[in-house]
Design a protein around this ligand. Structure first.
Ligand code: 2HG
Ligand code: ZN
Length: 461
């Protein structure tokens, strides 16, 4: 048996073949593929990862790197007898330097643990999203996770100052080493970021922390249509320093309220909601709150908004955030087919209505939840499975619909994955998103890093 040979080659590596562990670690949050790994291994350090990769190369074993398994594109799914490389035992903080504001952690470190570490030292790790309590830094880097604060702080890509990783030949790469400036040739760090475990196994990351932001307020606006969201945003950007800007539809609000037994925040039931977070430093708070009231009055006069709720305390703010952050989990009961699209902000309303029209025309029976990070042009379009439809048939229909959606995405100059990655589920559509020349280059790069194709085969490319 291959796993026995692996155990012989890596005697101090923890190898698990318990059926429950194969189930739990062989998948991510997607539910369209059944996990079927041969084994799950839990390396404890860099040396073990190197040994594992070298052994896998000899034994022709495919390796699937796995972090918090919260992915939404099947990037960490092992459905074909692969060996899952779970980073659960590699969660140490390795180094922190307050002068550089750099934190080096092992790849399995949970995102929320990085946030807490920073907070305890009066610093701030800005990458934040609903799954941050389980998602790992290695996984965040593999997909260049975005989340709710991209508007101000950028993506995970913008936080990574250094990487240590093991390529498909078992070579250790130490990339960029925390430098700000480094013009010494190709920046391989950026090739690994977003490569979904297909080029190397990320073992350590050096992350850039930020100063603690000033106090903030959260404003939830009930708005009358998608296009006016952009008008409202433009108006708000004139007078406020925004750190987040999210939108969601009434259907998404209804679903969260039902799933979490929450009351709707407004008496009215507007078709869309816009949630913004803005700095509210105490010395300016009175003036800023007056300004917020004036913007709201203006928005209501113009017919853009119908109502608003303002949260100033931490507790109130988290109550408003719960409406947005609960959507993905609430939708999961409906086996959603997820689309993670992005376009330039200015094109978002026309793009959304084109997607809506295509869906209505081809599959009028499908209900769609619309939500996303409107501040950075990222639209999460969740198509919900009708209760009486078989999952396999639903996926087939959604893939058919995706062809239309991705044609529209190309026409609007957008991307078929903003922050969740291509993984297994979107692989068939890569050619609709990237040119032949780009894909040929990607294949060439893959060949250089992983000549035997043992790292996450079948994902992305
Ligand atoms: C979010 O923004 C996540 O809530 C998940 O990226 C989106 O589940 C989704 O489609
Ligand atoms: Zn998102």
């Amino acid at each position: 048996m291959l796993t026995e040979k692996l155990a012989q080659a890596c005697p101090d590596l923890c190898i698990d073949t318990d059926p429950d562990v194969l189930q739990s670690h062989g998948r991510d949050w997607t539910r369209f593929r059944e996990p079927q790994p041969a084994a799950v291994v839990f390396p404890a350090n860099l040396r073990q990862v190197v040994k594992l990769v070298k052994a896998a190369r000899q034994l022709e074993l495919a390796l699937v790197p796995s972090g918090g398994r919260t992915g939404l594109s099947g990037g960490a799914v092992a459905a074909h007898g692969e060996v899952v490389v779970a980073m659960d035992r590699m969660r140490r903080v390795l180094e922190f330097d307050p002068v550089d504001r750099l934190l080096t952690v092992e790849a399995g470190t949970v995102t929320a643990a990085v946030q807490s570490f920073a907070r305890e030292r009066d610093l701030f790790y800005p990458v934040s999203f609903a799954a941050e309590g389980s998602a790992s830094i290695g996984g965040n880097i593999a997909t260049t996770a975005g989340g709710i604060r991209v508007l101000r702080y950028g993506l995970t890509r913008d936080r990574v100052a250094g990487l240590k990783a093991v390529d498909g030949r078992g070579r250790v790469l130490e990339l960029n080493r925390g430098l700000v400036k480094n013009a010494s040739g190709y920046d391989l760090r950026h090739l690994l970021i977003g490569s979904e475990g297909t080029l190397a196994i990320i073992v350590e990351a050096t992350l850039r922390l930020e100063p603690t932001p000033p106090p903030s307020a959260v404003l939830l606006l009930g708005v009358t249509s998608m296009p006016v969201i952009l008008d409202l945003m433009a108006e708000l950007r004139k007078g406020f320093s925004l750190s987040a800007c999210e939108f969601f539809s009434a259907e998404a609000m209804h679903m969260v309220c039902k799933a979490r037994a929450l009351r709707q925040p407004m008496d009215s039931d507007p078709p869309f909601y816009l949630l913004v977070e803005f700095d509210l430093p105490s010395e300016q708070s009175e003036a800023l709150l007056e300004r917020a009231a004036a913007v709201l009055e203006y928005a209501i006069e113009r017919g853009w908004a119908v109502d608003a709720v303002l949260a100033q305390s931490q507790l109130q703010a988290s109550e408003l955030w719960a409406y947005r952050e609960g959507i993905s989990e609430a939708a999961s009961a409906h086996t959603p087919y997820k689309n993670d699209l992005s376009v330039r902000l200015s094109r978002m309303p026309a793009f959304l209505s084109a997607l809506e029209e295509a869906t209505r025309r081809s599959f009028p029976q499908f209900q769609v939840l619309w939500y996303g990070h409107v501040g950075d042009g990222n639209l999460h379009m969740n198509v919900l499975k009708p209760a009486d439809l078989d999952t396999v048939e639903f996926e087939r229909m959604c893939k058919e619909l995706s062809r239309e959606h991705y044609e529209l995405t190309a026409r609007f100059g957008g991307s078929i994955s903003a922050e969740h990655g291509i993984g297994l589920l979107k692989r068939a559509f890569l050619a609709q998103a990237r040119s032949e020349a780009e894909i040929a280059l990607m294949r060439g790069i893959k060949q250089v890093f992983d000549p035997d194709g043992i790292l996450n085969p079948g994902k992305l490319l």
